[in-house]
Design a protein around this ligand. Sequence first.
Ligand code: SAH
Ligand code: SF4
Length: 423
Amino acid sequence: MPKPEPAAQPDLPVPPVEAADGALPIIDLPPTAPQDPRPGISDASPQELLSWFADRGEAAFRARQLADHVWSGRAQSFDDIHTLPAPLREALDGTYRFCTLTQTERRQADAGLTDKALHTLDDGRVVESVLMRYPARGSRRERTTLCISSQAGCAVGCPFCATGELGLWRDLRTSEIIDQARFWRNELAGEGRRLSNIVFMGMGEPLLNADAVLAACAALSDGNRFGLGQRHITVSTSGVIPGIERLTSLRRQYKLAVSLHAARAELRDVLVPLNRKYPLEDVVAAATDYADATGRRVTYEMVMIDRINDTPADARAMAELLRGRLAHVNLIPMNPVAHTPWQPSTPERVEAFASTLRAVGLHTTVRRNRGIDIGAACGQLAAEKAGEPAPAAVQRRRDVIERRSAAALVNGSDRSAPTGSPA
Ligand code: SAH
Ligand code: SF4
């Protein structure tokens, strides 16, 4: 694969979506907007900071002093930047917020290997981030992967996802996205550790907030700002085609993950309601274009739900759809969430599914669930914070999910087969 040229970057628009047709939000909180008019400092470009200081008759090195503290994590507020004179620190505080997360609550699980943070925003809404630590093994160095949120809530409404039941409260601003990463970099620095990877697999659909997410990716991968390599940033999408096309046109080395969950249209319409707008064959074609343009293998994510999408027929459909592509399939047993009628696939069914994919040469891994005991599934803690929905609303949601999925399932004998059969 030729090394990609840095290309022109046409600013393709990504149309907004209202709650996807088929979404079932059950927590009735109205949409919100940021309350504090001051932008976050992490969203200020180097150029903007130079101008801010120049407007006050200050030399360019002041902007560098400031940026150094914003990105190194050595300061918790403008007041901690003692290299800047007090009047400048005050003026900065009048223009910008040093951190856009007003409060953060931390929880641990997996004997400290998984850490979760619940960040409160200036409008009182909460979003989650999760840090997963992978200890050194053999010749592999220790790694830390941070999962961050791109929206408060989500409009797509996948019925197995805790964020999906919230509906969309609002898009996160660029600084609110970056500040999750700044928070964890500081926490890790306190332990003498570094952040290895960032994945957009927290709350929200990143490519339905593409302007903010792509600006955050640029800052996170900029050597003069957060400084994480492009290859260490993963954008996960439920299949927003204009957003994938926009990523392709950027010709960056970000990793793309596509949440597929089913290779049959009837079933994917239920599991990922956005499939009615962006059908899976077109999503896979757009993702393949991304792989061709960047030389990067696309990851296809598959949340494994017992006897819903883990049948031999579903495995064969996926093998057919992806065979021969620059792809990696990640099978993730569903984290049990409160308001769906479904259970995770058994390890035997996951293995059988994996063997069908491997039989056609697809690189396939099975991901172990992390942090189930702290509710590490996407949006679970935020949903708990949002309040308990009315029991009748929960029952209605379960009934609708059951009815829609029943119509999309393959025949009964195939469903109950204990093991998959290779294609
Ligand atoms: N909206 C984007 C990114 C956030 S969701 C997307 O859907 O890709 C990140 C990942 O978490 C997705 O692959 C999603 O399917 C997965 N996920 C959501 N709920 C889950 C659950 N209950 N168990 C396991 N994975 C889940
Ligand atoms: Fe939204 Fe992703 Fe959850 Fe689906 S899985 S509801 S797209 S956050």
